[in-house]
Design a binder for this molecule. Structure first.
Ligand code: SAM
Length: 227
């Protein structure tokens, strides 16, 4: 994917949010508040990075969309005839996702669920999509998230993550969304999944046409964890 021209820090871009220190109902409420007006990541269609994966046939089987928001990526999968579940903690977003599904005549399941507790879903998946969730997780939550991710993926299952990069102007590591370094990603996922590719990518937003500098990670669950 082409690199965008250097973009100024987009004011009001997907964060910072007060996510860091809240938990339980308070976290849900704060995430929900981000949908009181359309948030900048709500572009009304899937991210180009994920559309390209779908066109390549990389997304298949039963799909989990973590931090699904208003469901564009889950609904893209539903449109491909895939069995898909989206999880989020923002009820406004989940309601909007269900409404989009109805209006588009698509079948997808949208569940209020904490993406840091994936094993509590009690299901396994062939593909996990993550557009903008991982970069919201506190660094301390990352290892448990990756453990759960590995647990819910079937052998050979794949994880695709689009998240903020440290190439995006701002203070790396300081706020949500975290500007992820290559090392953040290889450290978190490398021991648990096989990293197939980790490439610069663009996160599209409504605030400008160049988007945000991100990473697109593609990883696979091998039968045994990588050495
Ligand atoms: C940047 S938005 C991206 C939404 C959607 N994936 C998209 O691409 O439009 C991140 C989403 O993650 C959700 N989120 C953040 N922390 C979460 C958690 N612990 N569990 C579930 N969802 C979470 C937020 O409510 C928000 O909808």
């Amino acid at each position: 994917m082409p690199e965008p021209a250097e973009a100024p820090e987009p004011s009001g871009a997907p964060g910072p949010s007060p996510r860091d220190h809240a938990e339980g109902p308070e976290l849900s409420r704060r995430l929900d508040d981000r949908y009181a007006t359309p948030p900048p990541w709500e572009i009304g269609r899937p991210q180009q990075a994920f559309l390209a994966l779908a066109r390549r046939g990389a997304i298949g089987g039963t799909v989990l969309d973590v931090g699904c928001g208003t469901g564009e990526h889950a609904l893209m999968c539903a449109g491909l005839g895939l069995d898909v579940t989206g999880v989020d903690l923002a009820d406004r977003a989940l309601d909007a996702a269900r409404d989009k599904a109805r209006r588009r005549g698509l079948t997808a399941r949208f569940v209020h669920h904490d993406a840091r507790r994936l094993t509590a879903l009690g299901e396994r998946f062939d593909t996990v999509l993550d557009s903008g969730l991982f970069h919201m997780l506190a660094p301390l939550d990352r290892p448990a998230f990756a453990d759960d991710l590995r647990a819910v993926l079937r052998p050979g299952g794949r994880y695709f993550m689009l998240g903020f990069s440290d190439r995006q102007p701002g203070t790396p590591g300081a706020t949500v969304p975290y500007r992820l370094t290559r090392d953040d990603l290889t450290t978190t996922f490398g021991g648990r999944l096989r990293i197939d590719s980790l490439e610069p990518a663009t996160i599209e937003i409504t605030l400008n046409t160049v988007g945000i500098k991100g990473w697109l990670l593609a990883a696979t669950k091998a039968s045994a964890p990588p050495a």
